[in-house]
Design a binder for this molecule. Structure first.
Ligand SMILES: Cc1cc2nc3c(=O)[nH]c(=O)nc-3n(C[C@H](O)[C@H](O)[C@H](O)COP(=O)(O)OP(=O)(O)OC[C@H]3O[C@@H](n4cnc5c(N)ncnc54)[C@H](O)[C@@H]3O)c2cc1C
Length: 172
């Protein structure tokens, strides 16, 4: 007997996850949306996946443009994260601060101070239920190794601070 949708959602709320803004640009225009369903698939070739609701504008845009950038958010980006998750908010409003954005290789918008930006081409999209599972091949990476992390857990945002010992050589 399959579990109820609400029970599954409550279970997934306990699965803490990094939060990203996935962006795209191309023939279907510029767009971006907040996502937490992102994970690594393989490092050879460097590939990640993202699960995108097919009723969102983002889904159609990413699919048509064939390029995405996964901008993993830093602790300071909570309000930006909320803006890119507001249903129906115009792309122009989401990208209102042009200075926050540049590009790497594919032309998808890259958040300048993201914790890490993974610029990708879309390899495949498999539809499962309400969502499309997007497989993205990483073409370029930019890492900000001084950023604190932003995690969504129990339907709330949490800051993950860098360890004081971060970067220290622990070998004798
Ligand atoms: C922490 C967090 C994690 C998230 N993770 C994911 C994820 O992994 N994958 C994912 O697909 N989404 C995720 N979302 C949700 C996503 O960010 C939002 O749905 C966002 O609005 C999508 O933007 P869009 O412009 O692509 O689609 P939108 O056009 O904003 O549409 C999104 C949904 O809202 C409906 N909608 C559109 N306009 C309105 C309106 N005026 N009033 C009410 N409803 C409206 C649409 O029909 C659609 O179902 C997450 C949100 C948060 C806060």
């Amino acid at each position: 007997m399959p579990v109820e949708k609400d029970q599954f959602r409550a279970a997934m709320a306990r699965l803490g996850a990094a939060v990203s803004i996935i962006t795209s640009n191309g023939p279907a225009g510029r767009h971006g949306m907040t996502v937490s369903a992102v994970c690594s698939v393989t490092d050879q070739p460097a590939t990640l996946l993202a699960c995108i609701n097919r009723s969102s504008r983002g889904y159609q845009t990413l699919k048509t443009n064939g390029v995405v950038c996964v901008n993993v958010l830093a602790a300071r980006h909570e309000s930006l994260c909320r803006l890119f998750a507001t249903p129906g908010s115009p792309a122009a409003e989401r990208f209102a601060n042009e200075l926050e954005w540049d590009t790497l290789q594919t032309g998808a918008p890259v958040l300048r101070d993201a914790a890490v930006a993974l610029d990708c081409t879309v390899d495949a999209i498999n539809d499962v239920g309400t969502h499309g599972v997007l497989f993205a091949r990483v073409q370029a990476i930019r890492i900000n190794d001084r950023a604190d992390g932003l995690i969504y857990f129990d339907r709330a945002f949490h800051c993950v601070r860098q360890s004081v010992a971060s970067g220290a050589d622990t070998t004798d």
